[in-house]
Design a protein around this ligand. Structure first.
Ligand SMILES: Nc1ncnc2c1ncn2[C@@H]1O[C@H](COP(=O)(O)OP(=O)(O)OP(=O)(O)O)[C@@H](O)[C@H]1O
Length: 126
């Protein structure tokens, strides 16, 4: 455990830059994240087109963030697994599969929220 050090703005800015570089790694290395970004662009375009209300925006943003966060944690677990055990191991397989399952669960939830919000708008538009 780190000993408590004195507060420093420079250290906080450094920590922030580490987090940003983590996001850059996520974008560069994860093809699934590109799919999430594409889906996000589509959903935001639909939200703007149909002028959904503020509560609906909040739900859409929460659904998008849930998928992004799940994908980020899944990626972190994958990197850790590969560092700890590059050789095949049944627990590494379980760990990676459970982490991937978390992404799938969040994506299914996001799709359900998207359908509940946007289907009525699509029906009214057609
Ligand atoms: N070191 C390992 N030991 C045991 N099983 C592993 C190991 N590495 C990966 N696996 C398993 O092999 C399968 C495929 O893993 P992989 O990481 O290629 O998944 P993927 O989601 O298809 O890859 P990507 O992240 O590139 O989309 C998964 O079931 C995963 O749990």
């Amino acid at each position: 455990m780190n000993k408590l050090s004195t507060f420093s703005f420079a250290a906080r800015i450094r920590s922030f830059s580490y987090a940003l570089s983590g996001i850059a790694v996520l974008i560069k290395s994860q093809h699934n994240f590109w799919i999430h970004l594409l889906a996000t662009t589509l959903v935001i375009s639909c939200g703007l087109f149909f002028q959904i209300d503020p509560i609906e925006w909040c739900l859409v943003i929460l659904a998008i963030l849930a998928v992004f966060v799940a994908e980020a944690l899944n990626t972190a677990i994958e990197f850790l697994c590969d560092a700890v055990s590059p050789a095949p191991h049944p627990l590494i397989q379980k760990s990676k599969d459970v982490a991937a399952g978390a992404v799938l669960i969040s994506a299914i939830g996001a799709i359900i929220i998207g359908l509940i919000i946007f289907l009525p708008y699509f029906k009214a538009y057609l």
